[in-house]
Design a protein around this ligand. Structure first.
Ligand code: MG
Ligand code: MG
Length: 249
């Protein structure tokens, strides 16, 4: 069941998401060779606590950290670790909070420094595909229009979209209906309405879209060892079009 949000609720979700955006902006600045993702996790928790919010992922289904940090061939749900980031790495940082009973959720992929041209292109295309999807998040369109826009942007660039993990509705719960796949057919799926709030989150692999879960039970990585990137925004569908609640600008 899709829970529509009132303008007041969307405003509250804007507040939750602005904390997420602030954390991601701070994290992006801190990503450098030698920094560990555990240090990034600690920073995220500190800022969240200062703002009177709660980290959304910590304890969710038993996930042990506040931040998901997925390096190189890791796709999503990576554990922060004490391995220092190295030049040439890319790291996907996925963060969520709960504030005043409403959730925010957003992700970015950041270059550590001196990354390959192909890694840079992967990141650029993934972010671009997110915005192509957001552009379709309009009243009267269907969910499949978002999915199709993301998928075609990615595949035209020669990359692939992960099938096993998808975006989602969000509100008083971190994950609500509808699931928001990054692949699909235009004109299909539920009709989009003002008041829907969804997290669109393309996960894009350099190689095949096949993924597997590491022995830690959480970290998802590409099957073929190729790089993966992830960008996510929480957006509200309004009468005036899509509004990015987790905008960092
Ligand atoms: Mg997320
Ligand atoms: Mg999400």
């Amino acid at each position: 069941m899709i829970i529509l949000k009132s303008p007041e609720e969307i405003k509250k979700m804007g507040e939750s998401n602005s904390i997420v955006a602030e954390v991601l902006t701070g994290l992006e600045k801190r990503v450098k060779p030698g920094v560990t993702t555990l240090e990034l996790n600690e920073y995220a928790e500190t800022i969240t606590q200062k703002r009177g919010a709660k980290p959304a992922f910590k304890g969710y289904g038993g996930f042990p950290f506040a931040l998901c940090a997925s390096v190189n061939s890791e796709v999503v749900h990576g554990f922060p670790s004490d391995r220092p980031l190295e030049e040439g790495d890319i790291v996907s940082l996925d963060y969520g909070v709960c504030y005043n009973n409403y959730y925010g959720d957003s992700a970015i992929t950041v270059a550590v420094s001196g990354i390959s041209m192909s890694a840079a292109r992967l990141m650029k295309v993934t972010e671009e595909s997110l915005y192509r999807g957001i552009e379709k998040a309009r009243e009267g369109n269907r969910l499949g229009d978002i999915s199709f826009a993301v998928q075609s942007c990615v595949e035209e660039a020669g990359f692939s979209v992960v099938r096993d993990y998808v975006g989602h509705g969000i509100g008083k719960n971190l994950h609500e209906d509808p699931p928001v796949p990054n692949f699909g057919m235009g004109g299909r799926g539920v009709k989009l309405e003002a008041g829907m709030v969804i997290a669109i989150e393309p996960m894009v692999n350099e190689g095949s879209y096949a993924v597997k879960v590491k022995p830690d039970g959480w970290t998802v990585e590409t099957n073929d060892g190729s790089l993966s990137a992830h960008f996510e925004h929480t957006i509200a569908i309004t009468e005036n079009g899509p509004v990015i609640l987790s905008s960092r600008t």
